[in-house]
Design a protein around this ligand. Structure first.
Ligand code: GDD
Ligand code: MN
Length: 362
C-alpha cells in the first residue's frame, strides 16, 4: 500500500449530477498521487450523499460525511479537513468550477518547500481568470475582495478563492480560531492564523457551471459581512447578539405599526397591545430563524411551532424583566425616563438572546 498523500475535501449541496463527474476528473488528474476525496454533504434534498455513497462502495478512495441538521459551506470544509490522516488537504468545489488539474502542481509546491503552509488557486494572477462572469458578478466579487483587505494583512490576489491546498498540521493549528461562518473558508483560515501563513498562488480559470445551481444568494452575501464583523469585533460583542438585537429593533417597529393600525381600526388598547406583541414576536422568531440561526434553522411545521412557542415564552419573561428594571430605575432616578427605558430594553434583550439561544435554537 502506498501511504496516503492527499485528502480532497469537497463541500456539496444539491450536486448529485456533479459527484460522478468530479470523481472521474480527480481520477484522471491525480494519477501519481495517493489520494482520498471526502464529500461533505449537508443532507441535500436531491440525495447527493446517496450518490456519493454508491460510488464509495466500489471505490475506497471516496468517503462521505453527511451532516444532518446543519448548513454552511465553511463549516462543512472545516469538518472535512479534520476528518483525514493525509498530510496534505485540498478544498475544491463540487461543481467542477475549480480546475482539478492544478492539484498535482499544488502538491508539488508544498512538497518542494517545507516552509510553505498553503497553495492558493487564484483567478487574478497572470494566467488565471473568472471565465464567463457577467459584469455584475465581477463587480460584487471585486467589492468583496476590497472589503476583505480590512481584515487581511497578507497581500494576495484572490482571498475569495475557495480552492486551495494546505498542510493538515496547519489546519489543526488554526481550527480553534476559525469562525466557520458563511462561504469564505480561505479568508477565515488566513485571518485566523496567529502568525502570517506562507503561501503561493497558482493561476486557474474559473469554469462555468454545467450541472446544478449556485447556492450563492443574498443571505450568503450577508453572511460574508457577518464573517468580516466577527473577525474584527466578534470577541467584544458576539455577532449573533448584534443580529438578534437588530432584528429586535425591527420587531419594535412592527409592534408600533401594528398597534397604531389596530387602534386606528377601533380596537381597545389592551387587545391591540396583545396582538401587536404577538405579531412582533412572530416576526422576530421567523427572522432570527432565517438569519441569526441559519445554521441551526428549525424546519417543518412541528419544529417551527415548538420553536415559536418557546421563543414567545422566553420573550414574555424578557418583557417582564424589561418592565421591572425600567420601573425600578425610574423610581430611583425620578423623572428621567430615557435611561431607565434603555436599561430595561438592554436587560430584556440579553435575557431573550441568552435564553432563546439555549431553548429555542439550542
Ligand atoms: N456542504 C455544503 N453546505 N456545501 C455547500 C453549501 C452548504 O451549505 N453551500 C454551497 N455548497 C457547495 C456547493 O455544492 C459547491 O460544491 C460549492 O459549495 C460552491 O458553492 P456554489 O454555490 O457553487 O458557489 P459559487 O460558485 O458561487 O462560489 C464559489 O466560488 C467562489 C469564487 O467566487 C465558492 O467556491 C467560493 O468558495 C469561491 O470563493
Ligand atoms: Mn459554483
Amino acid at each position: 500500500m502506498t501511504p496516503l498523500d492527499l485528502a480532497i475535501v469537497v463541500p456539496v449541496f444539491n450536486e448529485r449530477g456533479n459527484v460522478p463527474l468530479l470523481v472521474a476528473a480527480l481520477d484522471a488528474a491525480l494519477a501519481s498521487i495517493a489520494w482520498e476525496a471526502i464529500f461533505v454533504d449537508d443532507d441535500s434534498p436531491d440525495g447527493t450523499a446517496d450518490v456519493a455513497r454508491a460510488i464509495a462502495r466500489h471505490d475506497p478512495r471516496i468517503r462521505v460525511i453527511q451532516r444532518i441538521g446543519r448548513r454552511g459551506l465553511s463549516s462543512a470544509c472545516i469538518e472535512g479537513m479534520c476528518a483525514t490522516a493525509a498530510p496534505l488537504v485540498a478544498v475544491i468545489d463540487g461543481d467542477l468550477q475549480h480546475d482539478e488539474t492544478l492539484l498535482p502542481r499544488m502538491a508539488a509546491a508544498l512538497t518542494a518547500d517545507p516552509a510553505l503552509d498553503l497553495v492558493i488557486g487564484s483567478r487574478f494572477v497572470a494566467g488565471g481568470g473568472t471565465g464567463a462572469w457577467d459584469a455584475d458578478r465581477v463587480a460584487k466579487s471585486a467589492l468583496a475582495t476590497r472589503l476583505s483587505r480590512r481584515v487581511l494583512k497578507a497581500d494576495l490576489s484572490d482571498p475569495m478563492s475557495g480552492f486551495f491546498m494546505i498542510r493538515g498540521e496547519v489546519v489543526r493549528r488554526v481550527v480553534p480560531r476559525l469562525s466557520g461562518i458563511g462561504f469564505k473558508i480561505l479568508l477565515d483560515i488566513l485571518t485566523a492564523a496567529p502568525q502570517p501563513l506562507k503561501f503561493v498562488e497558482l493561476p486557474y480559470v474559473f469554469r462555468t457551471r454545467a450541472v446544478g445551481e449556485s447556492k450563492l444568494d443574498h443571505v450568503v452575501a450577508l453572511e460574508y459581512l457577518i464573517a468580516l464583523y466577527d473577525r474584527m469585533f466578534g470577541r467584544v460583542v458576539p455577532v449573533r447578539f448584534v443580529m438578534f438585537s437588530a432584528i429586535g429593533a425591527a420587531g419594535a417597529i412592527v409592534h408600533l405599526a401594528a398597534l397604531g393600525l389596530l387602534l386606528e381600526l377601533g380596537a381597545g388598547f389592551i387587545a391591540a397591545t396583545i396582538v401587536a406583541t404577538v405579531a412582533a414576536m412572530t416576526f422576530n422568531f421567523f427572522l432570527n430563524n432565517h438569519l441569526t440561526y441559519r445554521d441551526r434553522r428549525l424546519r417543518g411545521p412541528r419544529a417551527l411551532l415548538d420553536g415559536w412557542v418557546s421563543f414567545c415564552a422566553v420573550c414574555s419573561v424578557g418583557a417582564v424583566a424589561n418592565v421591572g428594571v425600567a420601573a425600578f430605575l425610574y423610581d430611583v432616578r425620578g423623572g428621567a425616563w430615557a435611561l431607565p427605558a434603555l436599561a430595561g430594553i438592554a436587560v430584556g434583550a440579553v435575557w431573550n438572546f441568552a435564553l432563546s439561544s439555549r431553548f429555542t435554537w439550542g
